[in-house]
Ligand binder design. Structure first.
Ligand SMILES: Cc1cc2nc3c(=O)[nH]c(=O)nc-3n(C[C@H](O)[C@H](O)[C@H](O)COP(=O)(O)OP(=O)(O)OC[C@H]3O[C@@H](n4cnc5c(N)ncnc54)[C@H](O)[C@@H]3O)c2cc1C
Length: 415
């Protein structure tokens, strides 16, 4: 059986693996990249709704979650946002910064980002093998044997960039976790993150497809913690949309650890409760004997009127409810429509996996494993999860770059 020998083998051709392969090759290593799917970078293509929100200019450690959030600092300093933008610029990708510091390619095409990475790998002589699922990584005295279908691959150092469980349809899975834990790395429990949330709202089915601009506040174990504002989408199972996806990280974490999680929708974030109450009272007075639901046309999205009235316990004609007490009851629901979060959707709908390989088992200076010399870990496989807004790809680029360079250099140092 003929065996291929390389300085560095990269397991996984996603964002962090492609970056690691380029960085190692630029550092002078002969690099082999093994990808189990029939093409590299499938998840990259889906990022940012096909536009690839590739970074964020506001990155700090506060944007990352995990048992040890400070772990990201050294890595993000070694290959920072400016380095990332210069890297892509050098490959011909112009970028633009949008609201909240989100960075996108100016051409608005994730496929351009992926092409730039693929062509740079080719230029540097990275040997890419697709359809090669690594089933075992066997450390030896001279390096590693990577077992996959066909002749095994030999390498002096390995970068494990196999990602997490999110979106199996785009390559997510447990393979990376299995490979890392079989080599003695500990696992911080994993769960789906950046994912739509299920609620107990009795009107979910009725409201399916309705969009509203709202301020969403999360209440974890009785204390209001975080708020996000933006477009909320009602769905059959509960709620989605940017504010929900952003808050889902904290909600999913709290649910995972058994806390009660509720959310409040403020449908009138610009209005204070008194102004809203006054408005409703005068609206009801003016409407007289018209049915309440008719009196509220134009007040909010029509599909919300009956659910809001029912939640406030009001029905009948407007004149019956024109007292301040009734108006303030409806205003209270509009300002804080409370729902219990009963869970989240599965990995099939999740953008990321939270949890992962315990960062305590990895050296933050180099991303080398503390369990296996010569093995480096990157990206979503580690217990590092970024907020929504380009932070996860930034982590993939930074960790991939650091691991690729360090893997190559470690081999040359060892001689
Ligand atoms: C729909 C969607 C949209 C997103 N949008 C954004 C966004 O706009 N901005 C942002 O910052 N983040 C976004 N993310 C998150 C971001 O894409 C990921 O965090 C990032 O791609 C993780 O990179 P990675 O290299 O760690 O893993 P991945 O990109 O998942 O790559 C891992 C690769 O390893 C391969 N692999 C796994 N096991 C093996 C094995 N045993 N042998 C060989 N190959 C293997 C997989 O097939 C895969 O190709 C999005 C995620 C999704 C799902």
């Amino acid at each position: 059986m003929s065996r291929e020998t390389h300085t560095v083998a990269v397991v996984g051709g996603g964002a962090s693996g492609l970056m690691a392969a380029i960085a190692a090759a630029r550092a002078g290593a002969s690099v082999c990249l093994l990808e189990r799917q029939n093409r590299v970078g499938r998840k990259v293509l889906a990022t940012g709704n096909g536009r690839c929100n590739l970074s964020n200019t506001t990155v700090t450690e506060k944007n990352y979650h995990g048992k040890n959030p400070g772990f990201v600092n050294t890595v993000l300093q070694r290959f920072c946002v400016q380095d990332t933008l210069a890297f892509f610029n050098n490959l011909g990708i112009l970028t633009t910064v949008e609201d909240d510091g989100e960075v996108y390619p100016l051409c608005a095409q994730a496929s351009a980002v992926l092409d730039a990475l693929r062509f740079e790998g080719q230029r540097l002589g990275v040997q890419t093998v697709v359809g090669a699922e690594v089933n075992r990584i066997v450390p030896g005295t001279q390096g590693f044997t990577l077992v996959h279908e066909g002749p095994p691959t030999e390498a002096s150092a390995v970068v494990l960039a196999a990602g997490g469980k999110a979106m199996p349809q785009l390559g997510g899975g447990e393979s990376g976790i299995r490979l890392a834990t079989s080599l003695g790395h500990r696992l911080v429990p994993v769960y789906a993150g950046l994912v739509p949330l299920k609620t107990d709202c009795p009107y979910n089915r009725q409201l399916k497809g309705t969009k509203v601009n709202a301020l969403v506040t999360l209440d974890i174990a009785g204390s209001s913690t975080l708020s996000q504002r933006g477009e909320v989408l009602f769905a059959e199972y509960g709620l989605s949309g940017p504010p929900l996806i952003q808050l889902s990280m904290s909600a999913a974490e709290a649910l995972h650890y058994g806390s009660k999680v509720r959310l409040m929708l403020d449908l009138f974030p610009e209005w204070d409760p008194q102004t809203l109450t006054d408005h409703l009272q005068s609206r009801f007075e003016k409407a007289g004997d018209t049915p309440l639901e008719q009196a509220l046309i134009g007040f909010c999205n029509k599909r919300l009127i009956l659910p809001l009235l029912a939640t406030a316990g009001l029905s009948g004609t407007a004149s019956a409810f024109s007292s301040i007490a009734f108006a303030s009851r409806l205003a209270a629901v509009c300002k804080a429509w409370a729902m219990t979060i009963t869970g989240s959707l599965s990995y099939n709908e999740a953008h990321v996996m939270c949890g992962g390989i315990d960062c305590a088992d990895v050296d933050p200076e180099t991303l080398q494993s503390r369990q296996v010399e010569g093995l480096y870990l990157t990206g979503e496989l580690l217990d590092v999860t970024g907020d929504c807004g380009g932070y996860n790809l930034q982590w993939a680029w930074s960790s991939g770059h650091v691991a690729g360079v360090q893997a190559a250099q470690s081999v040359f140092k060892r001689g």
